[in-house]
Design a protein around this ligand. Structure first.
Ligand code: ZN
Length: 200
């Protein structure tokens, strides 16, 4: 058996790390997916998080006064993607309107997820302003998400404001968000408000 690590770069950022394992002799070709598997594929994926986790992400992002950015890992289980673990990233740049993660840091985080059999399920960043309008994703945000989707990732993105507004978005992949726990209210399908968050 051998193992090959593939790292895909796009626009100066690491967008995909994958490990290819191959048994010798080669495994037989995969059979056609069963009906249940196909049905699962056709369903809109649900991304699941707790209110407490989102509150922790908010605190992490607002610990800097300029724009913050981090990734989120999780697993896929029965058509659900979990938003489980906050994966901090070192930033090369952070201004009030822009944040760029460090390439080595991104690579390390993605490699570590992969080693543990986890997936990149979220990319969260902050717009360090207040109000519902602050969490509108910019064209740059959509483009960054699209790079991930084009590289085969199935993560959602989210923007957080200082006063606890959270908006989830993708560039094209269908998704639903499910948040469990106390301290958050759903305002529209993909827009939430953390209710126990101080204006940091
Ligand atoms: Zn943004």
């Amino acid at each position: 058996m051998f193992e090959k690590v593939e790292i895909l770069f796009n626009g100066g950022s690491v967008v995909k790390v994958s490990t290819v394992k191959q048994e010798l002799p080669e495994a037989p070709e995969k059979s056609e997916p069963k009906e249940e598997e196909q049905a699962e594929k056709d369903e809109v994926p649900v991304y699941l998080a707790t209110a407490r986790f989102l509150k922790e992400c908010h605190e992490h992002l607002m610990s800097r006064k300029t724009e913050g950015l981090h990734s989120v890992s999780g697993i896929r289980y029965n058509g659900l993607y979990t938003l489980d673990r906050l994966e901090p990233l070192d930033l090369d740049e952070s201004s009030p309107t822009y944040a760029k993660s460090n390439l080595c840091s991104t690579m390390k985080v993605l490699t570590n997820m992969h080693r543990h059999g986890e997936l990149l399920t979220g990319m969260f960043h902050s717009h360090p302003w207040v109000g519902r309008s602050a969490v509108q994703p910019s064209s740059t945000d959509i483009n960054n998400q699209k790079k991930h989707e084009d590289a085969g990732y199935r993560n959602v993105s989210a923007v957080f404001s200082r006063d606890g507004w959270v908006r989830f978005f993708t560039a094209g992949i269908p998704f639903r968000i499910k948040i469990e726990g106390k301290g958050i209210e759903r305002v529209t399908e993909n827009l939430f408000r953390l209710t126990e968050t101080e204006d940091l």
